[in-house]
Design a binder for this molecule. Sequence first.
Ligand SMILES: [Zn+2]
Ligand SMILES: [Zn+2]
Length: 141
Amino acid sequence: MTDSVRCWRFACKNPRCKLDIWLPEDELSRLALDPENPPDVYPSIALQCHYCKQIHRYSLLPSSSDRIGEDLVSPDHREGLDFVFLLRCREVYCRPLPLIETWSNAKSAEGQYAVRLANAQHRKWESLTCVKGHPIPYQQM
Ligand SMILES: [Zn+2]
Ligand SMILES: [Zn+2]
């Protein structure tokens, strides 16, 4: 179990999916780093589920019910993840949400590539908001 790392568990917020998403704590903290206030991480992220492709907002705060657990997780059971871009509402003083895509580490390299391609092709949302509830407009790639 030497390849196991500490992961945070989230559950996809799509009620028809609810996939368990295990994200390595170290990598997530690095990808969600706020470059203007290091070593602070953004308090919330937008996460794309690799199974249903939906993008929802999740809080990284330990007190949040979005973080539903943590454990040591082996490579085959945790997700791969990468930063895509920052999502912003129209208010200047609101903090952006880093959009983070996921894939399954259990897949082969080719399989992971195919998932990331599909992620990019289905990267859209209907009702994503910043932490203060302002809508995040869609046309910003
Ligand atoms: Zn999902
Ligand atoms: Zn806002």
